[in-house]
Design a protein around this ligand. Structure first.
Ligand code: CUA
Length: 338
């Protein structure tokens, strides 16, 4: 009876591991359920290496078990057994087979990597310049003349050609369901082509340890039908940035005195357009604050009062010196930017 216990423990440990490894079924960050061409090609590469590993595992374990059984010590055997040294045939085999397996792995890996980095041939593909900062993302659409932060909008079914750069340290752009990881490196531009085959909100992460706020350097890819994408582009080109009421008007004052040196809002008649922090044009339409907090008034106040405790290492200073009235006004102004 007591000899069974370790087996049960091992069984539960294995089950726990399986649950952990599948992320308990999280579908928003799962490379095994690709929703775009790049993700599908990368999954094919992952599966190819998994099959090769399984093949190697099966062969090695079979030989191992065979040798254990076939050459086990029997009564009357000499000890120690006859010593042998070197076997040219076996050595050639165990050098040649891994080389062949590596070539099988290398050819599709190299060709896929290069083809994903190549500029897409489609005339109507969308070009986006991605710039990583500690700890947020800027997305510029040079052909459309717009920019945004934290949430990358793309039309479904179109190839999106990304030119990735960094303003400070090395980060890595990763959208598990769509593709990645592609490093963003200061002074160098990496490229990658993505697409989304169905509309949806795809979670993105920074996949390179880049400092204290790395774990919260989240972003989202919002894939929508062409019509909705066009509406979004129009809303960024002609944003509703004028204060909607007296309180918001006061909030705009607070913004221009405190925030404008770093943040920009298009169409808000402001003389300085900051470039050191996320562009806040259309902020009220975003799904998150700072990439990871829900976009509601309560979270916005928490973020403005003490960003450091929420995202360690952020450049965003605390605005806990604003009195309640000014804070209310600022929040009213920001949440109504559409
Ligand atoms: Cu940026 Cu990790």
């Amino acid at each position: 009876m007591s000899r069974r216990k370790p087996l049960w423990r091992m069984f539960f440990a294995l089950m726990a591991m399986v649950l952990l490894m599948t992320g308990c079924g999280d579908k928003t960050m799962n490379i095994f359920e690709p929703k775009g061409t790049a993700g599908e090609q990368q999954l094919d590469l992952v599966m190819l290496s998994v099959y090769i590993m399984l093949f190697v595992f099966a062969v090695v374990i079979s030989i191992y078990v065979y040798v254990l059984v076939r050459y086990r010590q029997r009564p009357g055997d000499d000890a120690p057994p006859k010593q042998v040294e070197g076997n040219t045939m076996i050595e050639v085999l165990w050098t040649a087979i891994p080389v062949i397996l590596l070539i099988i792995l290398a050819i599709p890996t190299v060709s896929t990597t290069f083809s994903l980095a190549k500029e897409p041939p489609e005339e109507d593909s969308i070009r986006v310049k991605v710039t990583a900062y500690q700890y947020w993302w800027m997305f510029e659409y040079p052909d459309l003349g717009i920019r945004t932060s934290q949430e990358l909008h793309i039309p479904v079914g179109k190839k999106v050609f990304l030119e990735l750069e960094s303003k400070d340290v090395i980060h890595s752009f990763w959208v598990p369901n769509l593709g990645g990881k592609t490093d963003t490196i200061p002074g160098k531009t990496n490229t990658m082509t993505l697409d989304a085959k169905e509309p949806g909100v795809y979670e993105g992460r920074c996949a390179e340890l880049c400092g204290a706020g790395h774990a919260l350097m989240n972003f989202r890819v919002i894939a929508e039908e062409q019509e909705d994408f066009d509406k979004w582009v129009a809303s960024i080109k002609n944003p509703k940035s004028q204060p909607v009421n007296a309180l918001a008007k006061e909030g705009q004052e607070v913004f221009s005195q405190n925030c404008m040196g770093c943040h920009a809002i298009e169409g808000a008649d402001m003389k300085v357009k900051g470039d050191k922090a996320p562009d806040l044009t259309g902020f009220g339409n975003r799904t998150t604050i700072a990439g990871f907090l829900p976009n509601d008034k309560e979270s916005l106040v928490r973020w403005l009062e003490d960003p450091q405790s929420l995202k360690p290492g952020t450049e965003m200073p605390a605005y806990n010196h604003l009195d309640d009235k000014k804070m209310d006004a600022l929040v009213e102004y920001l949440t109504n930017l559409k």
